[in-house]
Design a protein around this ligand. Structure first.
Ligand SMILES: Nc1ncnc2c1ncn2[C@@H]1O[C@H](COP(=O)(O)OP(=O)(O)OP(=O)(O)O)[C@@H](O)[C@H]1O
Ligand SMILES: [Mg+2]
Length: 377
């Protein structure tokens, strides 16, 4: 595969504050790449630098091997779909999609052919004459995508394009977008702060925090091999505890020495250990590698979510077995369920579920004025 977009040592300040701190990113042709991170981490700024709407203070933007820092947005082979898809309300579906082609003064026959094909791609055949203001949110979103795709950009930038949609529609559109991307072979650079969306749609996920790229990898890499406590916490649920790597494949945490699969750390090097809730087995207390007391249990449909106090640190465990509150249980962890990470600036900030169980306390049933018991939401 060939590199289509390269960001090299990109930095950007706004009002004296460093918003992007030395970003380096290669995006391959025809890939679906997602920028994922919490609000304010610099996702939109990164996208706007690629689109040409923001100029970096330092670094180079390379497109297809050429530096394009000084190329204005309209000359870049890039189109953008924004969160608020501004369709032209006075134009019907056909004319909204045809807009870019009319600007180029293409012959009527070609416009007609291309718009009809594009409407087919986004599953809106038959909607040509419809007023866009009468469409559903998902249909409007598809018109916006069709309008961007019809110009045949090499790259489509999508900034939280599904943010305004309800959950069901969001899921449908995720699938549809993924299909459109595969079908057209256009490189998608997609921004979201929804980790599930990022994992399910992307070829490559770029996890950002504090203006820096934390990790670049496939969804499974990011989930199974997070590089630090920030990524482990941001992607899925994680128990993250302090540990010491005794030697290769031997790690000590929570008062027990475990076999694991990781190596390459220094002897007795302090590390962060991550164990996913679904990878812990609940056993009787005497058979447990770790022993703890159940402080909360919630039925989640497919499994129970159990909070267990182990020496003052609260773990989350997902299990299909019910356990009673205050029960003393044992936990069993297989070597491949243990993932070791280097200490980082994020160590100690994440991975303990004590505040989580307090949230449950607050959700407890409280009597209201007329004496009836209602769940307090
Ligand atoms: N034009 C601007 N002028 C001043 N500050 C800005 C400007 N654009 C962005 N910022 C600041 O830069 C930081 C990163 O903003 P950015 O919009 O890239 O974040 P984001 O990751 O897209 O967040 P969100 O998920 O909330 O959209 C924020 O602190 C923001 O306030
Ligand atoms: Mg943003």
């Amino acid at each position: 595969m060939k590199k289509l977009v390269e960001l090299k040592n990109i930095s950007k300040e706004f009002d004296g504050e460093l918003v992007l701190d030395n970003i380096n990113l290669d995006i391959m042709d025809k890939e679906f790449v997602t920028l994922l991170g919490p609000s304010g981490c610099g996702k939109t700024t990164t996208l706007r630098i690629i689109g040409g709407f923001v100029t970096p203070d330092e670094g180079d933007v390379i497109f297809d091997g050429e530096r394009i820092n000084d190329l204005p947005p309209y000359k870049r082979q890039v189109n953008t779909v924004f969160q608020k898809y501004a369709l032209f309300p006075h134009l019907n579906v056909f004319e909204n999609v045809a807009f870019g082609l009319r600007l180029k003064k293409l012959p009527e026959k070609e416009i007609n052919e291309r718009v009809m094909n594009m409407l087919k791609t986004v599953a809106l055949s038959g909607f040509e004459r419809k007023n866009v203001t009468l469409l559903s949110g998902g249909q409007q979103q598809r018109v916006a995508i069709a309008r961007a795709l019809i110009n045949e950009p090499r790259v489509l930038l999508l900034d939280e394009p599904l943010g305004a949609l309800d959950l069901k529609l969001r899921k449908d559109m995720q699938n549809e977008l993924k299909n459109i991307q595969k079908q057209t072979g256009i490189t998608f650079i997609y921004v979201t702060h929804d980790q599930e969306e990022a994992l399910s749609m992307s070829d490559i996920v770029v996890v950002m925090a504090d203006g820096k790229i934390q990790q670049i990898g496939t969804p499974t890499d990011i989930y199974n091999e997070p590089v630090n406590a920030f990524v482990a916490d941001f992607i899925g649920e994680s128990n993250i505890v302090d540990g010491v790597m005794l030697e290769d494949k031997r790690v000590r945490f929570s008062g027990h020495t475990f076999d694991c699969l990781d190596g390459g750390f220094g002897k007795n090097e302090p590390v962060d250990v991550v164990v996913r809730p679904e990878d812990v087995d609940v056993v009787s207390e005497d058979k447990g590698m770790l022993k703890g007391v159940v402080t909360a249990i919630t039925f989640k449909g497919v499994h129970y979510e159990i909070i267990v106090d182990i020496g003052g640190f609260k773990w989350m465990i997902q299990s299909t077995d019910y356990v009673d509150i205050d029960a003393k249980i044992g936990l069993y962890i297989e070597p491949d369920a243990i993932h070791i990470m280097k200490k980082s600036e994020y160590s100690g900030q994440f991975g303990d579920y004590s505040s989580f169980s307090e949230e449950f306390d607050e959700l407890d049933v409280v009597p209201d004025e007329d004496g009836e018991e209602d769940a307090d939401e």
